[in-house]
Design a binder for this molecule. Structure first.
Ligand code: ZN
Length: 279
């Protein structure tokens, strides 16, 4: 006689497992805690435990800034012609195709028009997941068009930077974008139409060296990496150890490189208030 008797049949192990937990959790690099993805999304992709700002894509950024997440996309038909017929590890043209199919964008930028706290604005938001948000001829032309429309209609321009810098696969053509955008912003400045630059993680290279630092107001999200050359390059050049938090928003604010560090939760209202006294 056995002590325990199995009442039912053997455990049913047939059929597919229906419960999937993969991708439901993310690890925060700031506090090393495991966070439920839904909690993170509901908190505008800011860690509910340590306030670390996770990167968000251009569409999420636009939804965050415009009233009721409503906006119309403009200038979305431009795509790179690969002027140098460039190949590194693989052809630039196939990198472009891959990025286009994964982001459903033609290039690393979206121009959008809509209302921010009831005021009409144009927002140009960069997409970091498109070849590192790099700035080539298309990004240059798209942002320039946004600036020109802002000038023509006399409505404020907001550019949200998220970029590794100029797109090296377009060589010097990409560097021309710096001058082109800067010239368009200068015309906007002459006409006294406000331009607010929002620097997000990361904003580096030629983007920092041009339009990202040319705002009437340059504001950054907390903890964002902002700089021109990377820290390792600088250390090797000056042969000195860099201070803690170097090239992060808070450090740049302390040293007068930017005007404010604004929490993502406050960003929209901060811009809204700024535009109120600027216009
Ligand atoms: Zn955290």
């Amino acid at each position: 006689m056995s002590w325990f008797k199995r009442e039912s049949q053997e455990l049913d192990t047939s059929g597919e497992k229906k419960v999937k937990t993969e991708g439901l959790w993310v690890k925060c690099e700031g506090c090393r805690q495991i966070i439920w993805k839904k909690d993170l999304e509901e908190n505008q992709n800011v860690c509910p435990k340590c306030d670390r700002h996770f990167r968000i894509d251009a569409r999420a950024r636009l939804a965050l800034l415009f009233d009721d997440g409503q906006y119309t996309i403009e200038d979305a038909n431009l795509s790179s012609t690969d002027p140098l017929n460039f190949t590194d590890l693989k052809p630039y043209s196939s990198r472009l195709k891959q990025a286009q199919s994964s982001t459903h964008l033609k290039d690393a930028i979206i121009n959008a028009r809509g209302k921010l706290n009831g005021r009409e604005v144009i927002v140009s938001a960069m997409e970091y997941s498109f070849i590192g948000g790099s700035m080539g001829a298309v990004v240059g032309e798209t942002i320039t068009r946004a600036a020109e429309k802002a000038l023509k209609d006399r409505i404020p321009l907001i550019i949200v930077a998220a970029s590794g810098g100029a797109r090296m696969m377009e060589g010097t053509v990409s560097l021309m974008a710096m001058a082109k955008i800067s010239a368009a912003l200068a015309r906007l400045d002459d006409a006294k139409v406000p331009y607010i630059s929002v620097l997000t993680d990361p904003t580096t290279g030629g983007v920092t060296a041009s339009f990202a630092m040319l705002g009437d107001l340059n504001i950054a999200e907390p903890g964002a990496l902002i700089g021109f050359a990377g820290p390792r390059v600088i250390e090797q050049t000056i042969r000195q150890k860099l201070p803690e938090g170097f090239q992060r928003s808070e450090f740049l604010l302390q040293h007068g490189m930017i005007d404010a560090v604004v929490h993502r939760r406050e960003l929209k209202n901060y811009i809204g208030r700024a535009l109120q006294w600027m216009t």
